[in-house]
Design a protein around this ligand. Sequence first.
Ligand SMILES: Nc1ncnc2c1ncn2[C@@H]1O[C@H](COP(=O)(O)OP(=O)(O)OP(=O)(O)O)[C@@H](O)[C@H]1O
Ligand SMILES: [Mg+2]
Length: 266
Amino acid sequence: MSAAQPAVAAHPLLEAVIETKRFGEHTVLEETLLRIAHGEIVSLVGPSGSGKSTLLRIVAGLDRDFAGTVALDGVVQQGPSAQLGVIFQEPRLLPWLTVADNVCFPARARDGSGKRAERLLEEVGLARIGGRWPKQLSGGMAQRVALARGLFSQPRLLLLDEPFSAVDAITRMRLQDLLLSITRAHGMAALVVTHDLDEALLLSDRVLLMAPPDGSHAARIVRETTVDTPQPRLRDAIVDGRLRSQLLADLAALAPTSCYAYPSEI
Ligand SMILES: Nc1ncnc2c1ncn2[C@@H]1O[C@H](COP(=O)(O)OP(=O)(O)OP(=O)(O)O)[C@@H](O)[C@H]1O
Ligand SMILES: [Mg+2]
């Protein structure tokens, strides 16, 4: 398995160079280079514990305790940036704020932001619900609100950590379509952490595979796969069977044996 050689332009939107990331004595990530081009969608896949969320949090500026740099358009970042929108697996809405105020939260509800919140809610398919409370929303609606909040600062890069894994299959498809249409409409790039290979192949220009620690190495990116199939991609046909089989084989090779063993082998 070869190390990733990101094939993005000489002037990427994002360039994260992580020499090492430790939690206490434990080195979790090492020798990780992540580049994302303007407008590019990149998925990050890998077994549990391979450092996907750790890498995303570093890129988001939420974890600054690492050796390396994160640069946006060549400018080294020192923490969270309005150029980045972050969306997690759970919507993380504040229950004491209305839906509209949750969307405006990144701007702490400045003048005119209410109208902007309504426009963003409309864009994610939730017109006229700005006055509702988070507890009145379904999981899929709440995740759309989280997406609207992530878009509030007009970011250039969306960072999404398993964003659709807690919703039903149909809602998930709609949210995937929504992500594609929004990134296209705004010329935004996205980094999507997912365990779903079909989702990765549906959404992404590139899929990066992360390997968990193996005794001699910490977690790191070990393979880069370019998905050439033009968008829009068909959901009822496998996007690229050859790539899918290769990714599945790579994942199986990386995961602890017991995860993939038949019951008789455990
Ligand atoms: N706050 C923390 N303190 C100590 N160790 C941590 C912390 N966060 C993550 N780790 C460790 O770092 C490694 C990578 O974790 P991370 O959450 O990034 O994996 P992941 O690929 O996102 O996994 P999953 O697919 O299960 O979400 C794991 O070994 C985990 O135990
Ligand atoms: Mg994770």
